[in-house]
Design a protein around this ligand. Structure first.
Ligand code: ACM
Length: 538
């Protein structure tokens, strides 16, 4: 072969390789199913939905384009691409040069969508060849992505063809949350949960548009967060938990890893160090804290109300200052939770003195103090936040002080209450909380607390009876999904009969995510993706 023929052959080969690598568009015959956006199984229910009854063809030719500046929209696009890879095993390109694409998902900023405190508002306009997701912030775009994920069928319309299509129903969704604080709490103190277990919980909560995870980091049975200036907290108090299991703790690096994972999911971590009660483990590590001169025994039981810090000793406040300083330095969110519940071993006057002193420490480190509802009995600042769990009287005291309130009434919102007599895990001191009881209540006027004082709902999960993801999921799911809707959707958009159908249809997603949900007999659970009705062509 002479030189020029050799070059021509090489060029032809290169052309062939390039050409065959391209996702070449072919004329498509789409036999898309009938789809009605207004009937989609979305949880939480969006503010408004207008259906146009056709379908957007998500397939390998779809591309994702986002605003490319540093405001986080491109990361949200990457999150969507990864979600689509999980569901559909499609590897969509992000922000590649688009030429003549048949279907595009465009994620953009629209400042006009941010009204008042609705910073997470978004609009999703789904047409037959484009999906435009607009939001005032990347957080809003992230919430919109969760809606889009819920609209993608777990199975393609035709798995035999070379180009399967995941049809997405068309129309427009305008949406914004009712409450700015949409939280869950996990007690990692009674039983320790690993970083990976916490991350899986974050994945599931983010899918339902939660934006806050409160970690109950310390209690009588164990201390779970490394404090560099007080190493025995984890060397000693991190090694025990309820029962015989070995406990555990988060190094500051582990905690930062959780915080950064939460941040990628647009979730805020709220750290809680419970005091002056619930402090037996801290006093096992440093006996001067309890002020009675005795080293307490390690406690592996589940009673409450027997421990207290010495509230009249300066060294106790020096200790608390170090703890709040070190944790605040690795917590980007605005809150620090001081517990403050069930301090039955603390004199009333000492309790009030203590809460006021600790509030000042929290404020010194630029955080807003949150405490369980007992803190409303102290002389607290109106900027601090009360978490209503047991006493409506305390919640009303908070209203009188014009404080914001997080709604977690145990009778409705405690995820550790048993569902019913058959429940494998959980307690029942606040009663049984079946799936309908958890959903059918109005946080908007519960116990006459005015709406303007309500920051949002938080669903606490105490871990006396659970010690791993599977047990956690049994208690949290499906009830946590209902709290997502109570938090996000306004009362006009909530209805038990309608909700329970949408909830039953979460079955295939929960199974795909390996979630050990409680299959409540109140719900008609769908167990696998059933074929979607095809358009009748004639
Ligand atoms: C609590 O359940 N002790 C806040």
């Amino acid at each position: 072969m002479n030189h020029s023929r050799f070059v021509i052959v090489i060029l032809a080969c290169i052309h062939l390789v390039l050409f065959s690598c391209q996702q070449k568009k072919e004329p498509r015959e789409l036999n898309l199913p009938k789809t009605d956006l207004s009937q989609a199984d979305l949880i939480p229910k969006p503010t408004t939905i207008q259906a146009t009854n056709t379908a957007f063809p998500l397939d390998k030719y779809t591309i994702i384009t986002t605003l490319k500046d540093s405001t986080g929209f491109a990361d949200v696009g990457t999150f969507l691409a990864n979600s689509i890879k999980d569901i559909a095993r499609l590897d969509l390109s992000i922000n590649a040069d688009a030429q003549d694409q048949e279907s595009i998902i465009y994620i953009k900023r629209s400042d006009s969508l941010a009204r008042g405190n609705k910073k997470e508002a978004y609009q999703l306009k789904i047409g037959t060849d484009s999906i435009v997701l607009s939001a005032a912030s990347a957080a809003g775009a992230f919430r919109g992505i969760q809606t889009l994920r819920q609209l993608i069928p777990l199975k393609a319309n035709d798995t035999i063809t070379e180009n399967p299509v995941w049809p997405i129903p068309t129309g427009t969704i305008d949406d914004a949350p009712q409450f700015v604080y949409r939280g869950a709490m996990l007690d990692v103190a009674r039983h320790f949960f690993t970083v990976e277990e916490v991350k899986k919980y974050i994945d599931l909560l983010a899918y339902y548009k939660y934006n806050t995870l409160h970690l109950h980091l310390t209690d009588d049975q164990g201390w779970r967060i490394e404090i560099k200036s007080w190493p025995k907290l984890t060397e000693v108090a991190g090694q025990t938990e309820v029962g015989d299991e070995p406990g555990g703790f988060y190094s500051q690096q582990d905690y930062k890893d959780i915080v950064s994972y939460a941040t990628k999911n647009y979730m805020t971590i709220v750290p809680e160090v419970d005091m002056p009660g619930h402090t037996n483990s801290a006093s096992v590590a440093y006996p001067f804290l309890n002020g009675n001169g005795k080293t307490p025994e390690i406690y592996r039981g589940t009673h409450v109300g027997f421990s207290t810090f010495d509230t009249r000793k300066d060294s106790v406040y020096d200790f608390i200052d170090d703890v709040v300083r070190e944790i605040s330095a690795i917590t980007p969110g605005p809150y620090f939770h001081i517990g403050g519940d069930e301090s039955h071993a603390t004199k009333k006057s000492d309790y009030i003195y203590f809460v006021n002193k600790v509030e000042k420490i929290v404020q010194k480190y630029d955080k807003k103090m949150i405490g369980w509802d007992e803190i409303a009995t102290a002389d607290v600042d109106s900027n601090s936040i009360v978490q209503f769990w047991a006493s409506a009287d305390n919640a009303r005291k908070a209203v009188e002080k014009d404080m914001q309130i997080i709604m977690s009434p145990a009778k409705k919102a405690y995820l550790d209450m048993k569902y019913d007599l058959q429940s494998e895990y959980g307690l029942n001191w606040a009663g049984y909380v079946p799936v309908d009881t958890a959903y059918i209540w109005k946080p908007e006027n519960y116990e006459n607390i005015p709406l303007k004082n309500i920051l949002g709902i938080e669903a606490p999960l105490w871990s006396e009876t659970i010690s791993n993801s599977s047990e956690l999921e049994y208690l949290a799911f499906p009830r946590a999904i209902g709290f997502a809707e109570l938090n996000w959707s306004t009362p006009e958009n909530r209805d038990w009969k309608n909700y329970k159908v949408r909830l039953g249809n979460q079955g295939p997603f929960l199974e795909k995510m390996n979630v050990n949900y409680y299959p409540s007999p109140l719900i008609d659970w769908k167990t696998e993706e059933e074929p979607i009705e095809k358009i009748n062509k004639d």
